[in-house]
Design a protein around this ligand. Structure first.
Ligand SMILES: [Zn+2]
Length: 99
């Protein structure tokens, strides 16, 4: 029998996720794991740092006027932040997966 989610109380199918919290872990289902604030904050910090470095490396010439601006510049910058957020979130959840 699967342990139940500590946030919503449903039985976590597939084993659920043991997410770190101060002083231990908290067991959650996938839906509640996606809404776990410390995980989202950690992913956001990583996305901000990595996204900024990648934006400067890849789009810096356009941002500082050294190259003509592409019409897709702001799209690319947005996606440059989304990708590390998704990777960090996936990595955290894969690491927290209870088998
Ligand atoms: Zn839940």
């Amino acid at each position: 029998m699967s342990p139940s989610c500590e946030a919503c109380g449903v039985s976590a199918r597939g084993g659920g996720y043991d997410l770190r919290k101060p002083g231990g872990t908290e067991h959650r289902c996938l839906r509640c794991a996606f809404r776990y604030r410390p995980l989202l904050q950690r992913s956001s910090k990583i996305a901000l740092l990595v996204g900024t470095v990648l934006t400067l490396l890849n789009q810096g010439d356009q941002l500082f006027g050294l190259a003509p601006r592409s019409a897709l510049l702001w799209w690319k910058i947005g996606l440059t932040y989304v990708v590390p957020f998704c990777v960090a979130t996936y990595g955290s959840l894969a690491n927290a997966k209870r088998s």
